[in-house]
Write a protein that binds this ligand. Structure first.
Ligand SMILES: *[C@@H]1O[C@H](CO)[C@@H](O)[C@H](O)[C@H]1NC(C)=O
Ligand SMILES: *[C@@H]1O[C@H](CO)[C@@H](O)[C@H](O)[C@H]1NC(C)=O
Ligand SMILES: *[C@@H]1O[C@H](CO)[C@@H](O)[C@H](O)[C@H]1NC(C)=O
Ligand SMILES: *[C@@H]1O[C@H](CO)[C@@H](O)[C@H](O)[C@H]1NC(C)=O
Ligand SMILES: *[C@@H]1O[C@H](CO)[C@@H](O)[C@H](O)[C@H]1NC(C)=O
Length: 442
């Protein structure tokens, strides 16, 4: 009986693991630091939207299923339920547009785009983030979309020209005069239900809806084997609607959190108890539990004003400071996060430098909801595998200059390109077709 059973099971297993062809060659997009308004710098994925194109920098994020792009408005840092008003004295005397551009990586002006279409609906309010923030002053819109680096990345990685370079896709745009619903970045949606990834996938522009993300690049349908060391630690997709749970998709337990004034000194423990936190590269700051938040001023130095209503600031960290926080997550992943230093951020505020540690009242998942935001994710390689429905986190490879080694993620072998001969003034003549890369274990 046992033997017979195996005879039946084996072919079935085989069929189950049949290699899945990727829908496209890999797309490894660089994260860039770009100035979209005088004196501001935004780090993220540059895009062009509309005809004629408007430039924005999007931040990879796990908050929304649809990319969010703001309008330019003086009220861009105000959120209805937040304690931090639009005219917080911190921004006094500065041009609201430039503040918006600095925070959001630019803004969109729909009246300037001939291909803009407001589809007139935001209902049902399907976006969990906005449902929670009770923010409904927005509409779905569609417009032409292109990754600013798509052509260059494609040519570099495939030695061929792409057939398709842009697509029309949905965005969330706040209504005229509306505040921005508490987000702290323009969102490049990387959720499992991302409308953008779905559109790119169905147009054959990305290999799969899986991705990996480092501080240097976003690999769509791929992972750069040289970007990390060791193994990925996996995290099940969390239920963000669970009563009493955290309202986010990627959650991890922080066992210990220590402050180090430099690499050679002993760490100082900041936690009384382990805590569960959201991990989201779209949240700019760290939101820590109360014990860490109250101990930090003592260990960093008297100049830290952690009591400030929404954010810890420091006048004490000099430019050459090498202080960092060491997070140890369940499963032994250890991540060092450098604290921002004087002069790193474009905030000329006499009361001190933001430490990137906030209470969550604005730009995070809510007051007191712990979040390991971009400051943290910039120090790891993060991935989503839609086949296993798991997130993964791994240590960054410190040898950043290594050549990239792209492997398929969410599918088994990259789409091979046919023989291709084409000329463009900037690219030249391409005679070679790219080679096919096989996924591991495929
Ligand atoms: C800032 O906002 C508050 C409340 O909305 C208002 O009372 C105050 O006059 C504003 N200050 C400035 C400088 O606009
Ligand atoms: C979209 O891509 C096509 C080629 O695929 C190109 O001809 C067209 O100009 C592009 N449109 C925009 C708005 O970039
Ligand atoms: C508007 O766009 C959203 C997002 O793409 C879509 O779900 C919805 O069906 C659209 N509604 C209409 C009326 O076109
Ligand atoms: C940082 O610079 C100051 C003044 O230039 C110097 O005194 C201090 O030793 C430096 N600290 C480190 C950690 O290099
Ligand atoms: C991430 O990249 C930006 C821009 O290159 C850089 O300023 C920043 O220090 C990097 N962060 C980490 C943690 O490496």
């Amino acid at each position: 009986m046992r033997f017979k059973h195996w005879v039946w099971v084996l072919p079935a297993l085989r069929a189950g693991v049949k290699a899945v062809q990727c829908a496209a060659p890999p797309l490894n997009l660089p994260l860039r630091t770009i100035s979209v308004a005088p004196g501001t710098f935004s780090h993220g994925i540059p895009i062009s939207i509309g005809i004629p194109p408007q430039q924005l920098v999007l931040t990879p994020s796990l908050s929304l299923d649809t990319p969010f792009i703001p309008r330019y408005t003086d009220s861009c840092i105000y959120a209805a339920d937040a304690s931090r008003p639009a005219n917080a004295t911190r921004w006094n005397g500065r041009d609201g547009k430039i503040v918006c551009a600095g925070i959001y990586g630019g803004g969109f002006v729909p009246t300037l785009s001939t291909s803009f279409f407001d589809n007139g609906t935001n209902s049902p309010v399907s976006e969990a983030w906005f449902k929670r923030a009770r923010f409904s002053d927005w509409h779905f819109m569609t417009d032409k979309f292109v990754f600013a680096d798509y052509l260059e990345a494609y040519v570099q990685q495939n030695a061929a020209l792409p057939e398709k370079r842009n697509l029309t896709t949905s965005f969330i745009l706040p209504d005229e005069g509306a505040t921005f619903g508490g987000l702290s970045s323009s969102v490049l949606s990387l959720t499992p239900g991302s409308r953008l990834l779905e559109a790119l996938y169905s147009e054959g522009m990305v290999p799969s809806k899986s991705w990996s993300l480092s501080n240097d690049s976003l690999c769509l349908g791929c992972v750069d084997e040289n970007a990390y060391t060791g193994e990925f630690q996996n995290f099940k997709l969390a239920d963000r609607d669970k009563d009493g749970g955290l309202p986010c998709l990627l959650q991890a337990k922080v066992e210990t959190l220590d402050y180090y004034s430099d690499g050679s000194s002993a760490g100082v423990a900041l936690l009384d108890d382990a805590f569960v936190a959201c991990i989201d590269p779209g949240v700019m700051s760290l939101v820590l539990p109360t014990d860490a938040y109250t101990k930090l001023p003592e260990v960093v130095g008297a100049d830290v004003k952690a009591a400030f209503e929404w954010s810890a600031t420091s006048a004490g960290l000099p430019k050459n400071s090498s202080s960092f926080l060491r997070f140890k997550l369940t499963g032994d992943l250890e991540v060092d996060v450098m604290l921002p230093r004087a002069g790193v951020e474009d905030v000329k505020d006499p009361s001190g430098q933001p430490l990137g540690i906030e209470t969550g009242s604005w730009g995070a998942y809510g007051q007191g909801v712990p979040v390991l935001g971009k400051l943290f994710t910039a120090s790891i390689v993060l991935r989503w595998d839609e086949v296993t429905q798991e997130y993964g986190a791994a240590r960054r490879n410190p040898k950043a200059s290594e050549k990239s080694d792209l492997e398929p993620l969410g599918c088994d072998s990259f789409l091979s390109l046919g023989k291709y001969v084409e000329t463009t003034p900037s690219v030249g003549v391409i005679l070679q077709s790219s080679s096919i890369r096989e996924g591991r274990g495929a």
